[in-house]
Ligand binder design. Structure first.
Ligand code: ZN
Length: 507
């Protein structure tokens, strides 16, 4: 290489480094506009009782959507330039239709009595789409290994004596039900002497609020080998079994088939609802057709028995991070430092009902998915889990390397730009038993081949409990974690080449 050429090379190298450094300092500058005070101010509103737990399709969710829209509008973010105006309403909303099967469910009539969910009956699935008459049940007693081996009928009856703790009982069911299912059993009835206690302890987890997207091709239907499991009140057994008394039956050997008389009815009770994703679109400059998406679900699980589930961490924290990140990009743009690629900040709804809002977006994207470079998703980043009680500030990073090793590297570089968090990849393990990779909104992008990261600080004792409140949020951590997502988005939006997809999508 000649002297001159090497001089040119050095100059080029130097100026290239300069651009990066300048960009890094701009990113730091705008990251500083994201403060814990502002995050807190938004969260106090969104996680207050007046938002009624932000239940999808309900008034609280609509109030949260309106709040987000107003924040985006006052940040100077214009309405979405939707190519098709019917897909965006009020400039910021992507509405979608849902079918709610609340109010429906299963009932069982025995003699004169009709048992319903939480009223003599507890069921854990609704894999039944037509009524059925029960004229025989097979008695399997306490369901030990030997009696389970005899299971052969369509409807089996088991008994529990109430001696186990509820946790032990559920663990036992976790082993027992798959065995019965593998034998082709269609309905499992478990008679219990402590119905009221079980309703109390398990009631909030069952039967409520099944929702799906209207016109979705993935309708939950009765699968070929589905099985219905129900707890029934032990008192009902005398009427259920017609040819002997409960006392006599319980002395019989397991495997015995006896006559019974019951009607199980399935009521679909469908209701149509509309929910919204909220879109804040910060249009890019020279690479504006390429999109960086940021998501966090702003819905939560609503009100149960008069108690509001505020969902401050889940996912109030991600939602307020969305507001602040959108504002930071909008401010940068207003000051002539807007992102080169476009940034779509999209708080989504329907997550708690099965990732429905993000699923709808991924099936009806406002901007083409081929041009969508990455999705950064936040779901719960305001607390500390038991594994990190004494840890330095940390964050779980999930999915970063699944589709793009470059995305993984960008996130690590972003972290070194200031946040300097411990990046914990525990839940990124392909065999993670929690399967977190599949459990938040980024997955609807990942399954379409869009490289994605799920940022998460772990579960805690208030997860899906009424105690998930603002007072327990650690705002110093929340702001650091939000900075990491902002820095990562900044690099993805501004670097010369779009990150490459170099790995194959999983099924
Ligand atoms: Zn969540």
């Amino acid at each position: 290489m000649t002297r001159i050429a090497s001089y040119v090379f050095v100059v080029l190298l130097f100026s290239g480094a300069n651009v990066v450094a300048q960009n890094d300092s701009l990113a730091l500058h705008y990251a500083r506009t994201i403060t814990s005070d502002e995050l807190r101010a938004h969260l106090i509103v969104l996680a207050s009782d007046s938002f009624m737990g932000r239940d999808t399709g309900k008034e609280g969710q609509k109030m949260a959507a309106a709040y987000l829209k107003e924040e985006f509008r006052t940040a100077g973010i214009p309405p979405v330039p939707a190519p098709d105006p019917t897909v965006i309403t009020e400039g910021y909303y992507q509405p979608y239709k849902l079918i709610s099967e609340h109010g429906g469910g299963i009932s069982m009539s025995v003699g004169e009595e009709t048992m319903r969910l939480k009223d003599g009956l507890l069921y854990f699935s609704e894999n039944l789409d037509s009524d059925r008459s029960v004229d025989q049940v097979q008695w399997l007693a306490g369901g030990d290994e030997r009696s389970l081996r005899k299971a052969a009928g369509k409807v089996v009856l088991l008994q529990e004596d109430g001696a186990r703790s509820t946790k032990e009982l559920m663990a036992w069911l976790g082993v027992t039900l798959p065995v019965l299912k593998s034998k082709g059993i269609e309905v499992v009835l478990l008679a219990t002497p402590r119905m009221a206690q079980l309703v109390d302890e398990l009631g909030q987890h069952v039967g409520g609020g099944r929702m799906r997207l209207a016109n979705d091709e993935k309708k939950p239907s009765r699968r070929a080998n589905s099985m219905q499991f129900m707890f029934i009140d032990g008192k009902a057994v005398d009427d259920l079994v017609t040819d002997m008394t409960w006392g006599k039956l319980s002395k019989k050997k397991a495997g015995r088939v006896v006559s019974a008389a019951a009607e199980i009815r399935y009521r679909s009770g469908q209701e149509e609802l509309i929910a919204e994703n909220v879109l804040a679109f910060i249009e890019g400059t020279d690479k504006k057709d390429e999109i960086i998406v940021l998501t966090a679900h702003y819905d939560h699980i609503g009100v149960e028995n008069g108690v509001v589930y505020n969902g401050a961490d889940d996912d109030g924290t991600g939602t307020v991070a969305m507001i602040e990140i959108a504002e930071a990009f909008a401010l940068a743009k207003a000051q002539g430092h807007g992102p080169r690629r476009s940034v779509l900040v999209m708080p989504v709804s329907g997550e708690e009902k099965g990732l429905l809002g993000s699923r709808y977006y991924s099936e009806h994207p406002v901007f083409p998915l081929e041009n969508t470079v990455a999705d950064l998703n936040i779901d719960m980043i305001g607390r500390v889990d038991s594994a990190h009680a004494d840890s330095d500030p940390y964050i779980y990073v999930i999915g970063s390397d699944r589709l793009s090793s470059e995305l993984h590297a960008v996130n690590e570089r972003a972290n070194s730009m200031g946040p300097d968090l411990v990046l914990d990849y525990t839940f990124n393990a392909p065999d993670d038993p929690n399967r977190f990779y599949y459990r938040s909104d980024h997955y609807n992008f990942a399954r379409k081949g869009v490289p994605s990261i799920f940022y998460f600080s772990g579960v805690h004792e208030d997860y899906h409990q009424p105690g998930d409140d603002v007072e327990k949020i650690m705002f110093d951590l929340l702001v650091q974690r939000t900075h990491l997502v902002f820095h990562t988005a900044w690099i993805l939006a501004n670097q010369e080449d779009r990150i490459a997809v170099d790995k194959v999508s999983e099924p």
